[in-house]
Design a binder for this molecule. Structure first.
Ligand SMILES: *Cc1c(COP(=O)(O)O)cnc(C)c1O
Length: 629
């Protein structure tokens, strides 16, 4: 059935979460829009995939769109500078990107490049992340903020980096860390740039509430802060203390929490300044959310504010508090990770096969069949819209009774297969009647349990770990056929052998649904699905469950003429690579297999002429992609 593509845009909520980046073309294809080029034609995503396939890049594929990353960096920085000039705030904004949110070189390199005009810096939460940060040429005024637990080596590198002009701030997490800094400072005879991490008492809503408030595992309470200030004073290092840091947690749903936290942070800032700390930078950490569902409300995976509103709230709150206290406005720092990178990556995979929970036709009841098989088939005789719930109840009852009889050996396999097929054909008719009715929500809910399963070529554990671990929602949409009415509902199952490897919560126009409207697979060509906004956290949190490795990764830039440039390609892991991650030496594996083949030839169970085939098959596998090819 034909469908207007704008209906699909609404059905899948693309018009709500697409943010002007993702749209549906009149041909019914998902397309990417370059936010920097208003009016440039949207670029068809299936078209991009076709082009990539010709170049030998196949799905599953992580597609990074450089133009989206550039636009998010511009958006955050310009929203802050606009708020600063509107409010008359008297210091600049100097954001940093927290490397942990996406450490991939292709991503961090571009963030540094796009951020340079804005003096955008980096945040490091560990030694390896500091090593990454120091491999980049940042602008003269950009910051490197070091959070996390730090040993002497970490601190030494951070202090020494100042000799190269890096504004590398060591944020003290505890009085003990302050002692290590004091020791290393003495040892080097060089002074550090210091910050303190303050534990705010306000609890922030949302999934990450634990990282805020009293029980947060990070930062110092009032007593610890004063101990650190006193120690630094004793050591004549208090003048090094320039930054105050607090982190609100991630994906803060309600902008009022941002205001409350900023306000409390200001109180500490003012008090610490009164204690003699020459603070110049106020760092409010991460928390700026992404509206994954497009609902624009303070709910799971949504936020009730825009980037502009977040920036205005921060600037106004801090400006007001500092004016009240008659203090100089501090440089504003935030560590937005998710909001910078989430939208710029998408995971694309193809559907391999389907398990349909209905059948187009019913087999004839045979004379010897148990009478319940005939009863089940008879339901079809009274299946009309007014009795659809009753028919569903009856069919399910007979089917369950027959299954019990099968288990007891009363009904044989062929009878049972007929019964299942009759049941599935009834389900098909019931589904299509329900689709035309209003006010059958209970039955609709029951029918969700018989949604189809679309088996897809990806690993949830490798590519969408947060979907598995913390019920993260990402927009998921078929990339093609959006000018046709989706005729089926499905859940998605991945290629791992784990029953958790499935997606059964989807963002649709009317809320979160346990199944996704999809199309019957086309006779020709692949059916692609896209999972959007996966740029934050997913890449390195993913694991090797069933030894499915990294997917292919491609970075593209959108061109004004409707084409794209391929900026970088990273081939996905080969089987040999994932084997080495789990302590196997691939060469040893080949050698062991070859030895078994040779032994089998010696004892005569395998012909010498089969040797090449056997070893060749093993070798081909070990050098191949871990996914379905
Ligand atoms: C994780 C983290 C961030 C990033 O938070 P987002 O919500 O992704 O912006 C920022 N700062 C610190 C200290 C973090 O631990």
């Amino acid at each position: 059935m034909k469908q207007n593509p704008t209906h699909s845009e609404t059905l899948y909520g693309v018009d709500r979460w697409g943010k002007g980046l993702i749209t549906v073309t009149p041909d019914g294809e998902i397309a990417l829009c370059d936010p920097a080029r208003n009016g440039a034609p949207p670029i068809s995503l299936p078209g991009i995939l076709q082009d990539l396939e010709q170049r030998g890049v196949v799905t599953p594929l992580l597609l990074r769109v450089s133009s989206f990353l550039e636009s998010e960096i511009r958006h955050i920085n310009e929203s802050f500078s606009n708020a600063i000039s509107r409010v008359g705030y008297k210091a600049p904004y100097r954001g940093v990107f927290p490397i942990k949110v996406n450490q991939q070189a292709q991503v961090v390199d571009r963030i540094v490049e796009f951020g340079r005009p804005y003096d955008f810096g980096l945040e490091a939460g560990s030694k390896p992340e500091l090593v990454i940060a120091l491999a980049h040429r940042l602008s003269k005024d950009a910051l490197i903020v070091c959070n996390g637990v730090k040993d002497a080596e970490f601190i030494r590198l951070a202090i020494l980096s100042r000799r190269l002009g890096f504004n590398c701030v060591i944020v003290l997490e505890s009085p003990k860390e302050a002692e290590t800094v004091i020791e290393v400072t003495r040892e080097l005879g060089l002074e550090p740039l210091l910050g303190v991490r303050v534990k705010l008492t306000n609890r922030i809503g949302g999934k990450w509430q634990e990282s805020s408030g009293d029980r947060s595992t990070f930062g110092m309470n009032t007593d610890q802060l004063l101990r650190v200030v006193d120690r630094l004073k004793e050591e004549n290092l208090l003048h090094c203390l320039q930054l105050q840091h607090s982190h609100l947690g991630s994906q803060v749903p309600d902008v009022r929490d941002v205001r409350r936290a900023a306000d409390e942070a200001c109180r500490y800032f003012i008090e610490l300044s009164r204690e003699g700390a020459p603070l110049t930078h106020l760092d409010l950490g991460g928390g700026l959310g992404v509206d994954y569902t497009g609902e624009k409300r303070a709910a799971e995976n949504s936020i009730n504010y825009t980037v502009e509103e977040y920036c205005a709230n921060v600037v106004e709150t801090v400006g007001y508090a500092m004016d009240e206290a008659e203090m100089v406005h501090p440089v504003l720092v935030t560590e937005s990770g998710r909001a910078v990178v989430a939208t710029s990556s998408m995971l694309i995979f193809d559907v391999l096969e389907t398990t349909l929970y209905d059948a187009p036709d019913a087999p004839e009841v045979q004379p010897d069949d148990h009478h319940l098989v005939a009863d089940l088939a008879a339901v079809s005789g009274y299946l009309v819209p007014g009795r659809v719930q009753e028919c569903w109840n009856d069919a399910s009852f007979y089917r369950d009774e027959l299954r019990a009889l099968f288990r007891r050996g009363v009904v044989d396999l062929r009878q049972m297969a007929r019964a299942e097929r009759i049941y599935l054909s009834l389900t098909a008719r019931i589904k299509s009647i329900v689709a035309t009715l209003d006010d059958v929500s209970e039955l609709e809910e029951q029918l969700e349990n018989v949604a189809d399963v679309y088996h897809c070529n990806f690993s949830l554990f490798q590519s969408l770990p947060d979907v598995w671990a913390i019920d993260q929602l990402h927009p998921i949409v078929p990339l093609q056929m959006l000018n046709q009415t989706p005729d089926r509902r499905a859940i998605l199952s991945d290629i791992t052998c784990d029953s958790d490897g499935k997606v059964d919560r989807f963002i649709l126009a009317d809320g979160i649904s346990p199944s996704l409207p999809v199309h019957s697979l086309p006779e020709e060509g692949r059916y692609y699905l896209g999972v959007f906004f996966v740029g934050a956290y997913q890449e390195t949190l993913g694991d090797l469950h069933n030894l499915f490795g990294d997917t292919n990764v491609v970075t593209i830039d959108l061109r004004a003429d409707g084409g794209f440039d391929l900026l970088h390609e990273q081939e996905g892991d080969t089987i040999s690579q994932v084997l080495s991650y789990v302590e196997y030496d691939p060469d040893d594996c080949v050698a062991a297999f070859r030895k078994m083949v040779d032994e089998a030839i010696s004892n005569g169970s395998v012909k010498a002429s089969e040797r090449k085939l056997l070893i060749g098959a093993y070798r081909n596998s070990i050098n191949g992609y871990t996914y379905y090819e």
